[in-house]
Ligand binder design. Structure first.
Ligand SMILES: CSC[C@@H](O)[C@@H](O)C(=O)COP(=O)(O)O
Ligand SMILES: [Zn+2]
Length: 201
């Protein structure tokens, strides 16, 4: 299976989970000639490989592209530029990700020290990793600029994801399967956070 067809398979699965409802979210995979990304504003449960838009390594979109690329392409570009191992970037809108994004303080969200964090390579006992939450600027390029500044501040351990306030979750991985796994791990953490507040209130 090519990485493009894995992306389409995952788009269907993420749509079925309700995480790409109402045309929300966008997915991309790195290819030899750049990366391919979902088109803007299309139903994410009805895509095919032919719908994907190529952003060539030159960074210049071909003028004859039949579809418009995702409006959030600048976030994907920023991740691929800063994370050489990233081969897939997935952005979803889950209810719990949106709820917990409101709980951030000074631009970061405290994650619970759950076993599930080890799925990201975190070792229990190490300090909890910083999980950034960026403002949902009207111009996505301003969010990408905040992300760029975050990447510049080098850290020992970087979680492969971030939230945008009242918007959604973005993750990356060294394969489409890894990106999908990271969406699932973060979803588990966010659902735990929401549920534990509900139970204790
Ligand atoms: C339901 S609208 C959501 C969009 O504004 C955006 O946040 C999104 O995730 C999808 O944008 P798209 O341009 O289709 O990739
Ligand atoms: Zn979005």
């Amino acid at each position: 299976m090519t990485s493009e067809s894995q992306l389409i398979h995952h788009a269907n699965q993420l749509y079925e989970k309700g995480w790409m409802a109402g045309t929300s979210g966008n997915l991309s995979v790195r290819t030899e000639d750049g990366f391919r990304i979902t088109p803007s504003g299309k139903h994410k449960g009805e895509l095919s490989v032919a719908d994907l838009v190529l952003l060539p390594s030159s960074g210049v979109l071909p003028s004859d592209s039949p579809h418009r690329p995702s409006a959030e392409i600048s976030l994907h570009q920023t991740i691929y530029r800063n994370c050489p191992d990233a081969r897939a970037v997935y952005h979803v809108h889950t209810v719990e990700a949106t709820v917990v994004s409101e709980w951030a303080r000074a631009g970061s969200l405290e994650l619970p020290p759950l076993e599930m964090l080890k799925g990201f390579g975190w070792r229990g006992g190490d300090p909890l990793p910083v999980f950034p939450v960026f403002s949902n600027h009207a111009d996505v390029r301003d969010i990408a600029a905040d992300l760029e500044s975050f990447f510049r501040r080098k850290r020992e351990f970087l979680l492969p994801g971030f939230l945008i306030r009242l918007h959604g979750l973005t993750v990356w991985g060294d394969s489409p399967a890894a990106a999908f796994k990271h969406v699932e791990l973060f979803d588990f953490l966010f659902r735990f956070m929401v549920l534990s507040r509900t139970v204790s209130s």
